[in-house]
Design a protein around this ligand. Sequence first.
Ligand code: G6P
Length: 369
Amino acid sequence: EAAERGGYEHFMIKEIYEQPKAIRETMTGRLAKDDSGVIFDELNWTKEYVASIRKVAIVACGTAYHAGMVGKYLIEKLTRIPVEVDVASEFRYRSPLVDEHTLTVIISQSGETLDTLAGLKEAKKQGSRVLAVTNVVGSSIAREADHVIYTWAGPEIAVASTKAYTTQLIVMALLSVYMGGLKGTIPPETSKELCHGLKNLPAQAHELLEDVEAIKTFAEQYGFNEDVFFIGRSLDYAVALEGSLKLKEISYIHAEAYSAGELKHGTLALIIEGIPVIALATQLDVYEKMLSNIKEVKARDAVVIGIGFKGDTEIDKYVDHTIFIPATNKYLTPILSVIPLQLLAYYAAVTRGCDVDKPRNLAKSVTVE
Ligand code: G6P
């Protein structure tokens, strides 16, 4: 096993460091050379087909569900098609309203999660076309779906998903640009900017992984707290959900993610002196609103770690520490902002002496109900 870990202490950290490569491979052959758009030979959809889609239903579990949350924001923004996201165990039992005008997108790293597979079958039974996004060639979900887009993350061994998630996000971005291109809802310059932004991601992810000392220190400093909150708005909220899941899965710290605007509807009551709050502030459309939320938790003496863009001097005034990510297109920020959160969870788990790769009670692939 030590040989398989290739010099890393755990599979999880090895897989975190494999992200630049995984991201690059998932994009290979899928971006037009002149950055004009996205190519999916495995789909080959027509303008007419995309125009006929009235709803997209995304179905997944765990981390893949969080990738679906990002997918909802992206697909709605770039195609103007309404998107619902469900956890598979809810979708399959709620008589979902899907039909031949629905595109159901099933996301699953393993392609074997029982509830997700059952969700796929339910969608097909109702007449929906099904697109699977999976990391395992020939998996049950890949075989049952009408179309498959593979994430090329390579084998993921650690129970806590990292590189599979970022490659699922890449597919969500590619799919939104692809569908938006066919639907005519993305101006050519936006499409170009997105393609260009996507191409830069592997190098930017690499840059983020180069300097992890500060994150290690935060994990050591706050790793023994029993409660941590994650807040964000828009895409940052979706990333907050994933950051909180990572932390609870492997470090057993009670972590909760909230859309920052919801704080005052309950969670603010739990914010007391010294509670760590991870505040993501990469969504410039709602930046001022996010700063107000940061001030709200600071006023209750929380310790705030902000995640912002490099060069953002404003956020520094209100938080205790800042982790900076490289500047990218607003739709692509989750792919970078999740990396410090994965590292934070990893180093917190190491600090607490947890079994990082095999957390208690959890399995890599859940093939029972
Ligand atoms: C398990 C794993 C998670 C994963 C989820 C869905 O709970 O521990 O890491 O996100 O299943 O798995 P899938 O293979 O369908 O993406």
